[in-house]
Design a protein around this ligand. Sequence first.
Ligand SMILES: N[C@@H](CCC(=O)N[C@@H](CS)C(=O)NCC(=O)O)C(=O)O
Length: 228
Amino acid sequence: MLTLYYAPTPNGQKISIMLEECGLTYDTKLVNILGGDQFKPEFLAISPNNKIPALTDSDGPDGAPVSIFESGAILMYLGEKTGQFFPADSRKRLDVIQWLMFQKASVGPMLGQNHHFNDYAPEPVPYAQERYIKETARLYGVMDRQLAENEYIAGSEYTIADMAIFPWVANYKRQSMDMGEFPNLRRWKDTLKIRPALRKGMEHYIETRWKSMSAEEKKTLFDIDQKV
Ligand SMILES: N[C@@H](CCC(=O)N[C@@H](CS)C(=O)NCC(=O)O)C(=O)O
């Protein structure tokens, strides 16, 4: 049995997309990250960095149960487990790993800061707002150039690297990006967004997504002091 610890955010949606694309059966445990569920000992036991997503599998690689945190590791685990969306060929696999690492090290953290300073910061910080909008545009440019030469982000096949990036680029309006400036990225986004399984993954528990955050919820999510 696979159990996904989840909230409907880009990092959570990466995994619901992969589970749906693979046609896997899974349970979902909603983690209320605005209410502090991520700090509960039972969640920290499987996700020590107090973040969703996490996955448990009662049938791990050696037949024993396993738990996994970090979305990139979960995507690679599911790719290996199912033999889908993570090519076996060494060169192709290396391409997927590079673009997956690019998402994990750059797209997620930088676009996350864009969301933070433009949506959640208690007061406007123009330097930070501008910095992260410019960095988002730079990263969109990197992806646009890659997609000028390749159908998908890591080459000719749809892979876990595309699934990791899509939920972030789906938020382009919120990031103040004009997709007209990135025609190849737009072509890729429009191709992916009509995949039924990807749509199902994107919509997984989307009705529980918050529209706004109270001051107390922001403190739970963003006040580093209370986390140490
Ligand atoms: N590097 C992590 C990032 C995950 C992440 O940032 N999760 C956020 C939601 S999108 C979270 O759970 N935040 C709760 C917190 O920081 O307390 C991954 O890719 O899995």
